[in-house]
Design a protein around this ligand. Structure first.
Ligand code: ADP
Ligand code: MG
Length: 253
């Protein structure tokens, strides 16, 4: 896609859980080649929106469009094939397997129902291709020296980057990350930020869900701020940071 082209769009996306309105007529747009941050305090509805956008869940009303096509209701496998990839928290690391195997398996499991059916259907050539692709993506994210390391022995920051390598195996033009910096040490956040900037310079668009405002400020191109399921501000990071509604949401001032 051309730089600046709209890739992903939420149009009046509303999600109710019983009486609770977790997303209330949310609008946002992610453009090719940018990093957009979706920020807001805990419970604001960010992960809920993330799930609607990535096809894991369906909006109660409203539409999600990817590259001009309505994707709500499509299986996540089809969405992945169109070029959107997200990190999956439920595809857990296999701590005793190598970094390389973890990425290859994670890539293969995307869109499959279970580990067994996936493993049984893999022939030797497919396996070789998966391992090649996994190696390529691990080198791309800077984990090329850890291919044979046990995944469980990696630092948390490196495990998060391994998750990103998994997501990159699908060759996406848009990457969706839900709080990749949560729980990381300062140095690890820096390394993650550098990786995301580098992916952007390679043309990758990224939607970054985050509640840590400091992490996003020097990094992202635009920000959408949520509170109580609604968009309360959007714009450039430096504008949003000064917005009275945003200060109130974060600091209660
Ligand atoms: P955030 O990611 O911004 O912290 P969430 O999207 O996880 O917020 O949650 C927003 C609100 O929706 C919260 O009040 C949460 O308890 C509620 N919620 C999220 N998922 C569900 C669900 N599956 N069923 C019921 N309530 C939910
Ligand atoms: Mg969340």
């Amino acid at each position: 896609p051309a730089h600046g082209e709209t890739l992903l769009e939420a149009r009046d996306v509303t999600k109710r859980f019983g009486g609770l309105v977790a997303n209330n007529a949310m609008n946002l747009e992610v453009r090719a080649g940018e990093i957009l941050a979706l920020i807001g305090p805990n419970g604001a509805g960010k992960s809920t929106l993330f799930n609607q956008l990535s096809g894991v869940d369906n909006p109660t009303s409203g539409d999600v469009l990817f590259r001009g096509q309505r994707i709500n209701g499509l299986p996540s496998r089809s969405i992945a094939r169109m070029g959107m990839s997200r990190t999956f928290q439920h595809v857990k690391l296999l701590p005793e397997m190598s970094v390389l195997e973890n990425v290859a398996i994670g890539a293969h499991l995307r869109g499959h129902k279970g580990v067994l059916s996936a493993a049984l259907r893999l022939d030797r050539q497919e396996e070789a291709e998966l391992l090649n692709e996994a190696r390529r993506q691990l080198e791309r994210v800077g984990l090329g020296d850890y291919l044979n390391t046990e995944a469980g022995s990696l630092a948390l920051g490196q495990q998060r980057i391994l998750e990103i390598a998994r997501a990159l195996c699908a060759n996406p033009c848009l990457l969706l990350l839900d709080e990749p910096a949560a729980g990381l040490r300062h140095k690890e956040k820096e390394a993650l930020g550098l990786l995301l900037s580098r992916l952007r310079s390679e043309g990758m668009a990224i939607l970054l869900v985050e509640h840590d405002m400091d992490f996003v400020m020097g990094l992202v191109d635009r920000v959408v701020v949520m509170e109580f399921g609604q968009r309360i501000a959007h714009g450039l990071p430096e504008e949003v940071q000064k917005d009275p509604a945003v200060l109130e949401a974060y600091l209660g001032v």
